[in-house]
Design a protein around this ligand. Structure first.
Ligand code: NAD
Length: 251
């Protein structure tokens, strides 16, 4: 199986419609731990528990004690070389749509303002009861001003949440539809930093391959799609994407 940055550059250069799908692994080099690699925040916390609708609804104070510092942590990190290379590949037309499972906004900050965010993002605050919306800064100010640390809706006083989709919450329909439309149009999909274990994104490679398209995977650990891809890289996302971009720019 092809396994070098040159192989990836060849695949992308020959694509009619290339798309990129990213997961938590594209942001680890920015200092944000993923769910599955060893030694991360998530070894201490069970994300299915603390980032769930159940905790948000039944224990809003505990929910916000965990989430409020995380918003500051995510605002303090910077996009890395992989985010920047992907944005450049989009800018030069090599890559069309970017689909991400990440909620950290690092793609947008690197220049991919139109990333399809299938798990929502930290770009806003929202009231699930009356749909009142505020900016993420206003949401943080509401939390910081509240005695119990829980931001409440100015209209109906229900506890507010950010735009990040919680476990047990419906995924944003528009983003999921856009992701499926992009996968349906693509003849090449490059997956970066995703274990491809989380639905519905785990089904997207099957759409591309089912249409006769080709798959490239750049993810350190194994994925269920490894034996069906054309190019398989196990390197670090930042390094490999920088090399791939350089190879494509030099053509
Ligand atoms: P995952 O944790 O299941 O998989 C990440 C993969 O990336 C792993 O296979 C790991 O080996 C690989 N990886 C880690 N660092 C890498 C690097 N530098 N280069 C290449 N590969 C690297 O992540 P997932 O597939 O995105 O699914 C888990 C869920 O976690 C998603 O729902 C996502 O929304 C959420 N999540 C998001 C963030 C974020 O926004 N940054 C962080 C943690 C979790």
């Amino acid at each position: 199986m092809a396994d070098t940055a040159a192989d990836l550059a060849d695949l992308l250069a020959g694509a009619r419609h290339a798309i990129v799908l990213t997961g938590a692994g594209v942001s680890t080099e920015s200092g944000i731990p993923d769910f599955r690699s060893a030694g991360g925040l998530w070894e201490e916390y069970d994300p299915m528990e603390v980032a769930s609708m159940r905790t948000f609804l039944q224990e809003p104070e505990r929910f916000w004690r965990f989430h409020r510092p995380r918003i500051d942590m995510l605002a303090a990190v910077e996009p890395n070389a992989a985010h920047r290379a992907i944005a450049e590949l989009q800018r030069t037309g090599v890559v069309r749509e970017l689909i991400t499972q990440n909620i950290d906004r690092l793609h947008a900050r690197a220049g991919s303002g139109d990333a399809i965010e299938v798990h929502g993002s930290l770009d806003r605050g929202v009231c699930l009861r009356c749909d009142h919306r505020v900016s993420i800064d206003e949401l943080c100010a509401l939390a910081d001003d509240a005695e119990d640390g829980v931001p409440r809706c100015a209209n109906c006083r229900f506890q507010m949440k950010s735009g990040v989709i919680l476990f047990g919450e419906m995924l944003p329909e528009d983003a999921i539809n856009a992701a499926y439309v992009a996968a349906g149009a693509a003849d090449v999909m490059l997956v970066i930093g995703s274990s491809l274990l989380v639905a519905p994104v785990s089904g997207l490679p099957g759409i591309v391959v089912g249409n006769g398209g080709r798959l490239a995977i750049l993810t350190e650990s194994e994925t269920p799609w490894d034996d069906r891809c054309t190019v398989r890289l196990h390197g670090r996302a930042g390094e490999v994407m920088t090399e791939t971009l350089e190879l494509l720019s030099g053509r």
